[in-house]
Design a protein around this ligand. Structure first.
Ligand code: 8YV
Length: 344
């Protein structure tokens, strides 16, 4: 392709993506090669200042200060579907297209949501820890009793409440039909989809919280969804219910969740994301009914490779001054600010 230009990749993304970038002919820099280390802010600012296209991860905060450091930036191609680390309004104002990787991680993330749901309800991590600690001395009928997911011996259909009925929420619902569950869903932006798809019943948030045996979160992080699950919401849930979060940490008030778990307001929680990653709220790690996971819901070999190739494809479109296939702020292309950047 023989493209000129410089693509700045903040941290090492899967090889399939890097290969596409390198084959484009552009110069490619991977700023931080050590998987255990983030990018220093000074390196990030210098990288943004000297590149044509930025390929970041959600670990890099990209607010106005960072965006303004890149007067020559033609676009951002983040390797993630979520982009709450990027101030998209500021990017649009500055004429910078932002792209993400939607769709490819839907099924993998829905699978993982189910792995979390089953792990917390049937207490698999707790039981595993018990085994490896050498504590299994005698089988007993009361060892690690948990909650049913299917009808179980009671015959009662369990209720799953899905908050955020976008691609991932729908994929979670599809799996729930296989467990013969009653599905409630809440999503102010997709009431029609909920009512039309034949799997879920629309529920207002209080009803969903009160009736669900499992509450699973799949909204984007926005000012409206921040702390959507607060103390009041947790108090509404059944004491036998479980909370699952593979969306974004700040959707849950983590301090209130620690209280809910320690006081038994709910039966357990499985979290793949945290309010202030990688930190956890004080006391969370000590809760036996919490299953805690380091943000790996989309981490299958195939899905992460595909996310990297999508990000690379978006990056190359930015560099070619073409519309990126997965741009999240398409209105940017009509701005004077973009035209100036792209020399159009
Ligand atoms: C990844 C995610 O863990 O895509 C997202 O928004 O949260 C996850 O798929 C991560 O973003 C990979 O960069």
């Amino acid at each position: 392709m023989g493209l000129n230009g410089h693509i700045f990749v903040t941290r090492r993304i899967p090889e399939a993506g890097l290969e596409i970038l390198r084959e484009s002919g552009a110069a490619v820099t991977v700023s931080q090669d050590d998987e255990e280390k983030g990018v220093e802010m000074s390196d990030l600012l210098a990288g943004i200042g000297g590149c044509d296209v930025l390929v970041p991860l959600l670990t890099e905060p990209l607010g106005s200060e960072q965006l303004e450091a890149g007067p020559g930036l033609l676009g951002i191609a983040q390797m993630a579907v979520g982009y709450n680390n990027i101030d998209v309004d500021a990017a649009t104002e500055l004429g910078i297209p932002v792209a993400n990787t939607p769709g490819v991680l839907t099924e993998t993330t829905a699978d993982f949501t189910w792995a979390m749901l089953m792990a917390v309800a049937r207490r698999i991590p707790e039981a595993h820890n018990y085994m490896v600690a050498g504590r299994y001395k005698l089988w007993g009928p009361n060892l690690f009793l948990g909650g049913d997911i299917g009808r179980g011996a009671s015959g009662r259909r369990k209720v799953i409440g899905i908050i955020g009925y976008g691609r991932i929420g729908v994929a979670v619902a599809r799996r729930a039909t296989g467990f013969d569950m009653e599905i409630l869903a809440h999503d102010p932006f997709n009431r029609e989809g909920i009512e039309a798809d034949g799997m879920a019943d629309w529920a207002e948030l209080p009803e969903l919280l009160e009736r669900s045996d499992f509450v699973t979160l799949h909204p984007p992080l926005t000012p409206e969804t921040r702390h959507m699950i607060d103390e009041a919401a947790l108090r509404r849930m059944k004491s036998t219910a479980y909370l699952i979060n593979a969306a974004r940490g700040p959707v849950v008030d983590e301090t209130a969740l620690v209280r809910a778990l320690s006081k038994g307001w709910i039966a357990g929680a499985a979290l793949d994301v945290f309010e202030d990653e990688p930190a956890m709220a004080p006391g969370l790690a000590e809760q036996p009914t919490a299953v805690l996971i380091p943000h790996i819901a989309s981490a299958s070999h195939d899905t992460r490779s595909k996310m990297a190739t999508m990000a690379a494809t978006n990056a190359i479109a930015h560099l070619r001054r073409e519309r990126a296939p997965n741009v999240v702020n398409p209105e940017v292309y009509d701005t004077e600010a973009y035209r100036r950047r792209a020399g159009k």
